[in-house]
Ligand binder design. Structure first.
Ligand code: SAM
Length: 294
């Protein structure tokens, strides 16, 4: 498929504001599809199909492909490019405003309850899209994203170099970079290098915590103040006194002087358990106090 001639035919120009860098390199397209390991029984959600170059490959491999495209001017060329495909559903909309569970429910069955996500997404909404997918009620089995190389590297970071995005993704799944894609594989070519990131999602999160929201509150507080020692950033971001934070860190065997970047997922999990308990004890204590004065 020739992206430039489709654009000409429909009198369209790539919109920078929507991150429209279309994939034109066949080798890169087949690398992405292979990275997704699509089986003939799979249902695939594609975010941002653009002019359908990746969609065609996905339709060849999957049972059904559901695409969500925000730019309504791309729907006529998409319909035309995909005219002879019977296993694709085109949805016009903003993926961040659509619930994947609702989008997918019609296509998933008890026998085949899983779906895979494949997308070449705009750089500026990468984290928002990942979060949206990971927090959905029905999570995908795997996610294959073509994103900015630098963001992919941040997501696969390891202790000593961790960041909140890496902790958030790795809480749910195992990310790895499977390919690098040169800027010349896109039209127009972006200013940055890209990578294909694959995230495999087990059925349960990789860290065993009672309260997922609390896990993220603790991690967010930890990373809230750049390069600060943990005891300071946690005290600034959590509703606990400094001595309670020191107690939580001592109980979990984490040196209070360490920085958030150095913690493992398992350490964040242990810390969450103790912080959670301290906050609960404190709120029970407060309630008790309140009753006494009533
Ligand atoms: N998949 C196509 C390809 O590889 O050639 C297009 C990729 S282009 C980098 C990103 C696509 O995502 C564009 O078509 C853009 O209009 C669409 N898009 C941007 N924001 C979106 C959103 N919030 N929801 C759905 N699609 C979006």
């Amino acid at each position: 498929m020739d992206v430039k001639s489709v654009l000409r035919q429909f009198n369209l120009r790539p919109k920078k504001s929507l991150g429209q860098n279309f994939l034109v390199d066949e080798h890169a397209l087949s690398q992405i599809v292979r990275a997704a390991d699509i089986m003939t029984e799979d249902v695939v959600l594609e975010i941002g199909p653009g002019l359908g170059s990746l969609t065609c490959h996905l339709c060849d491999a999957a049972r059904h492909v559901i695409t969500v495209e925000i730019d309504r001017t791309l729907l006529p060329p998409l319909r035309s490019v995909l005219a002879d495909r019977s296993n694709v559903t085109l949805i016009e909309g903003d993926i961040l405003r659509l619930d994947p569970t609702v989008l997918l429910s019609h296509y998933l069955t008890n026998e085949l309850p899983n779906y895979k996500v494949v997308a070449n997404i705009p750089y500026y909404i990468t984290s928002a899209i990942i979060r949206h997918l990971l927090e959905a009620d029905i999570k995908p089995q795997s996610i294959v994203l073509t994103i900015q190389l630098e963001v992919a590297q941040r997501i696969i970071a390891q202790p000593d170099d961790m960041n909140l995005l890496a902790v958030s993704v790795q809480f749910y799944g195992v990310p790895r970079i499977v390919h690098r894609i040169p800027a010349g594989a896109f039209y127009p070519a972006p200013d940055v290098d890209s990578a294909v990131l694959r995230i495999d999602l087990p059925e349960q999160p990789r860290v065993n915590v009672k309260d997922v929201d609390m896990f993220f509150k603790v991690a967010k507080a930890g990373f809230g103040q750049k390069r600060k020692q943990l005891h300071n950033s946690l005290a600034a971001g959590l509703p606990l006194k400094h001595e309670q934070i020191m107690q939580a860190l001592n109980e979990t065997g984490i040196d209070p002087k360490r920085r958030a970047e150095t913690l493992t997922l398992e350490e964040w999990g242990r810390l969450t358990g103790v912080v959670d308990q301290l906050i609960r004890d404190q709120s029970i204590g407060d309630q008790g106090l309140g009753n006494t004065f009533e």
